[in-house]
Design a protein around this ligand. Sequence first.
Ligand SMILES: [Zn+2]
Length: 334
Amino acid sequence: MGLGTGEEEAKAVTTSLDDLIEKAGGCAIVDGGFATQLERHGASINDALWSALCLIKSPELVQRVHLEYLEAGADILVTSSYQATIPGFLSKGLSIEQGEALLQKSVKLAVEARDKFWDIAQKNGKHGYNRALVAASIGSYGAYLADGSEYSGSYGPDVSMDKLKDFHRRRLQVLVEAGPDLLAFETIPNKIEAQACAELLDEENVQIPCWICFSSVDGEHAPSGESFKECLDIINTSKRVNAVGINCTPPHFVENLICKFRESTEKAIIVYPNSGEVWDGRTKRWLPSKCFDDENFEIFATRWRDAGAKLIGGCCRTTPSTIRAISRAFKEAS
Ligand SMILES: [Zn+2]
């Protein structure tokens, strides 16, 4: 099935995301690192399923973290399904039905947190919050492999377009059925997976807005070494992708990448970098940041907004205090 074209059609499915960006004053705030915050609350997530493990072990903690991000000023919650996949759950001895139920639960927990928070905010009268949207997280194939390939982009010669679509298909169906407001493809490391995701949205006739985010390890290219222009040329032909950008990339690369993306796409730009600490995929730990101070995140965020980003948040190692600082900085400016 071919990709659709035409910006006018694209407008028809962007409403909820566009509305939110407008209500937020031209730039909406995405939440921050999820696993980081779970760990701070004592969750043990040293596992191939990573934060998805908490869907099984401590769902109340998942909801607590969502509430903390809402309280900090996040306009968009990203669900805890990044590393939640049906094959991943099967390898833990769960059935397909149980795996699918956990995917649904990831959306349900975020929607419940949003509704709860919004009810209270409205009852309290004057408040500075927007009704948040829930984005169902879809981690890359590399995130499922848990071998660091989401940062190398090398899936090897055996991984075809069809294989990637098959990997993503059922999870995407289950997540969409669970009723999120948005879909968030995260940490995509190469052109082939970007194309697989874009084509899958068409094949599955997905009607909710979606973003596709890439990672970058050199600040210039996708991790595979392919240019972002090549990747965006493909995504630009999809009417179902509403925003494109970067996540889990060091903050000092982001301003340049926003400019690069703006040269290659008309779509909204989304950025939610990590704290600048470097993930070592082989030893599975974070190495300290050499060139970035956590307290400066909101200063960077203001520059990203001025450079044209419409959605800004944080990824690994950022926390509710990072999001609160961005929220304050944006509100003071407007
Ligand atoms: Zn991250």
